[in-house]
Write a protein that binds this ligand. Structure first.
Ligand SMILES: [Zn+2]
Length: 275
C-alpha cells in the first residue's frame, strides 16, 4: 500500500508532467463525472501537491482530489506511448502536448471547489506531513503533546493520519524500531527524550524512504546485505517482514503481530515493553 513517501514521489512525477501545462485531452470513466470533460479541456494545471496519502491537482476554478486507498496507481508517460496493459481500470487520463498522466483503480476521486478543501473529512483531520521538509521535530512534539493522544498506544496512533500524516504499515514498524519503542507504549508513558527520538525518526525514515525509494535501513547496511546476495526485499527494512530473522542490531529474533489485522514486526530486545 502506498505510504507518504510513495505518494510524494508519484506527485513529483505528475507535477513535472502537468504543472503549468494546458490539458489537451481528457478521458473520464467515473460515471458521476463523465459529463465534466469540458471542465478540464483547455485549462491550465496550477499546482500538484500531496497531502498525507492524497493528491491534489489544482486548476483555476476547481481541485481534483484523489486518494489511492489500497489499489490506486498513477502512471506518467509520453503522450504517444500506449497506455499500460494491466489488470487495473483506468479512472481518469489527463493529456498535455507532451505527456499523459493516468490514474488507475482509485475510487476516491472528487472534483471540489477550492474552498471545500478545508472542510474535507480526510484533509481536515490530517496531522503534520512527515515527508515535506517544512515539518520539524518541534512541530511533531507539540502535536503529540495534545491531550487527545496521551492514552493512545503507538501501534494504533502511528497509522492514524491525524497523528503523523503519511505513515503506513512499513514505516510504523520501522519508526518504532529505530526509536527503541515497544508498540504497546502510550504517548503519556514517553519521556521528553523518547518523544524527541520518535519525532526525529518519523521524519528521518520517511524522508530517506522518499529519497531512496522504500529503503529504511542504513544505506551502508543495505549495500552490505545486497553484496552478500540478499534480495532487495529482504535487505531494505530493519524489522518489517523480517519476523523470525535475527535483529540487525542485537541478534534477537524479530516478532510478528497483527494489531487491527495489519502487520507490525518488532524486536523484543531493542523495543522493551517498559522504558
Ligand atoms: Zn534488536
Amino acid at each position: 500500500m502506498p505510504e507518504g513517501p510513495e505518494i510524494h514521489r508519484a506527485a513529483n512525477k505528475v507535477r513535472k508532467a502537468l504543472e503549468g501545462k494546458v490539458i489537451e485531452g481528457i478521458e473520464i470513466t467515473l460515471p458521476r463525472y463523465s459529463d465534466k470533460t469540458s471542465d478540464f479541456l483547455g485549462k491550465t494545471v496550477q499546482k500538484v501537491e500531496a497531502r498525507g496519502k492524497a493528491m491534489l491537482i489544482h486548476f483555476d476554478s476547481f481541485v481534483m482530489y484523489s486518494h489511492n486507498q489500497l489499489y490506486g496507481r498513477w502512471t506518467v508517460n509520453l503522450k504517444d506511448t500506449p497506455a499500460k496493459k494491466w489488470n487495473r481500470s483506468l479512472r481518469i487520463a489527463l493529456t498535455t502536448d507532451t505527456h499523459a498522466c493516468r490514474l488507475w483503480s482509485a475510487t476516491d476521486i472528487l472534483m471540489m471547489e477550492p474552498w471545500e478543501l478545508s472542510g474535507h473529512p480526510y484533509l481536515e483531520k490530517l496531522g503534520p506531513d512527515v515527508v515535506i521538509p517544512e515539518t520539524t521535530v518541534a512541530d511533531l512534539v507539540v502535536h503529540m503533546n495534545q491531550k487527545k493522544f496521551q492514552r493512545r498506544r503507538l501501534k494504533s496512533l502511528l497509522l492514524d493520519q491525524g497523528f503523523f500524516a503519511g505513515i503506513g504499515n512499513y514505516l510504523r514498524s520501522e519508526i518504532l524500531f529505530t526509536s527503541n519503542l515497544h508498540p504497546e507504549r502510550t504517548i503519556s508513558s514517553l519521556n521528553e527524550k523518547e518523544k524527541n527520538t520518535l519525532a526525529q525518526q518519523a521524519l528521518f525514515l520517511s524522508r530517506q524512504s522518499y529519497e531512496v525509494p522504500g529503503i529504511t535501513v542504513d544505506l551502508e547496511l543495505y549495500e552490505q546485505l545486497r553484496s552478500l546476495g540478499q534480495s532487495r526485499g529482504r535487505s531494505r527494512h530493519w524489522v518489517f517482514t523480517r519476523d523470525d530473522s535475527p535483529c540487525h542490531r542485537c541478534g534477537e529474533l524479530i516478532l510478528h503481530t497483527r494489531p487491527g489485522k495489519r502487520r507490525l514486526d518488532y524486536c523484543p530486545q531493542c523495543q522493551p515493553a517498559h522504558s
